[in-house]
Write a protein that binds this ligand. Structure first.
Ligand SMILES: Nc1nc2c(ncn2[C@@H]2O[C@H](COP(=O)(O)OP(=O)(O)OP(=O)(O)O)[C@@H](O)[C@H]2O)c(=O)[nH]1
Ligand SMILES: C[S@@+](CC[C@H](N)C(=O)[O-])C[C@H]1O[C@@H](n2cnc3c(N)ncnc32)[C@H](O)[C@@H]1O
Ligand code: SF4
Ligand code: SF4
Length: 318
């Protein structure tokens, strides 16, 4: 599918749940989010059906996300179904990693290619604090298991948070020296919970380049990737910078999203959502609806003008 700005849309991010076993302070309110009625959530077969239509329309990269995707019951079955879709050449999952030790092997066997794992600190106490109760050990074990079973390349996503983890930039970069792990620093975006405090705590990802002198830029293979990559000479992994704020990458955007309640989101930072669940349940032609919707995909976000969306990140999936 090609949108009005001649961007090829080949990447679908599917949020399978808005529930999570953590409560990261920038993503989810302390008391959780308002529970959506069970009937409003797409059933796994419905997700599969919608995915099939997207694949027929040219989607060849799929990411499963959440909330925490691994808390959704039956997730391995869904992965298996999508894993069998021949035209999908890149099939990945974004997770907080806490349940990976348990599920990595099954995910791999079901056909998942790789995982991106979110972790914002390497300090046990700070991890407990930012996630409101999480155990860093679970994530570390999850990362090891993912590598062991070959859910690779493993990428670590770290949101840069002022006054919280800027002192750990070197530690994160050092992980790439001896391990085949890519570490990507993400700029904190003003969404939901983070809308207000992201202003004080925002750190441009260029801070990483200031702190680490010997990072050398790596040629970008995939122009539509949100990350710019660097490398310390002779290191095994890469360091990525994801700069949605300081240097937005909308020009090369190739993605759309499905929320767990069956809405098609054309842009992470737009409130416009197209209902797919109702027409799906009525047996209407989804292809036509999706093709028409793609023409409405915004050119870019307008965060710089204070245009902030209503949903929390946990209800979109990143
Ligand atoms: N503004 C904006 N940020 C995005 C977009 N896609 C991803 N991000 C940010 O990048 C983070 C990491 O995304 P991931 O879930 O790891 O997916 P990805 O970066 O597409 O992964 P790769 O395919 O491995 O490059 C997200 O949580 C967001 O914070 C996007 O389209 N727009
Ligand atoms: C919403 S989570 C969903 C998947 C999974 N639970 C996880 O944590 O990886 C996806 C990603 O969004 C990122 N994220 C959440 N809120 C964000 C914000 N305000 N700015 C930047 N990234 C954010 C998280 O750090 C995580 O990497
Ligand atoms: S970032 Fe991921 S792990 Fe943290 S609260 Fe949001 S959905 Fe859960
Ligand atoms: S902000 Fe919107 S247009 Fe820009 S890269 Fe993200 S989804 Fe695409």
């Amino acid at each position: 599918m090609i949108d009005l700005y001649k961007r090829k849309i080949n990447y679908l991010r599917i949020s399978v749940t808005d529930l999570c076993n953590l409560r990261c302070k920038y993503c989810m309110p302390k008391k959780g989010i308002k529970k959506i009625d069970h009937s409003e959530i797409l059933r796994l077969e419905e997700i599969e059906e919608i995915t099939k239509v997207f694949v027929e329309l040219g989607i060849d990269k799929i990411r499963i996300t959440g909330g925490e995707p691994l808390v959704r019951r039956g997730i391995i079955n869904l992965i298996e179904k999508i894993g069998k879709m021949d035209k999908v050449r890149d099939f990945a999952l974004t997770t907080n990693g806490t349940l990976l030790k348990k599920y990595a092997k099954d995910l791999k066997m079901a056909g998942l290619n790789r995982v991106n794992i979110s972790v914002d600190t390497l300090n046990v106490q700070k991890y407990r604090e930012i996630t409101r109760g999480g155990n860093l050990k679970d994530v570390i074990e999850g990362i090891c298991e993912a590598k062991k079973v070959g859910l690779t390349p493993v990428k670590i996503n770290t949101v840069l948070i002022g006054g919280f983890n800027e002192d750990e930039i070197c530690d994160f970069v050092n992980l790439t020296k001896n391990e085949e792990i890519d570490v990507r620093f993400i700029e904190l975006m003003p969404i939901g919970e983070a809308k207000d405090w992201s202003i004080d705590k925002f750190i441009p990802s260029s801070k990483v380049l200031e702190k680490i002198n010997d990072l050398k830029e790596v040629k970008k293979n995939d122009l539509s990737s949100p990350a710019d990559y660097y490398k310390i000479p002779n290191s095994k992994g890469k360091v990525g910078l994801i700069n949605p704020i300081s240097c937005k990458f909308c020009e090369n955007c190739n993605r759309v999203r499905i929320t767990c309640d069956g809405k098609l989101k054309l842009c992470l930072h737009s409130d416009e959502e197209i209902d797919l669940k109702t027409p799906l349940r009525k047996g209407e032609n989804l292809k036509e609806i999706i093709i028409n919707a793609i023409n409405k995909k915004p050119k870019s976000h307008h965060l710089e003008d204070g245009e902030h969306i209503k949903r929390n990140m946990v209800a979109i999936g990143g």
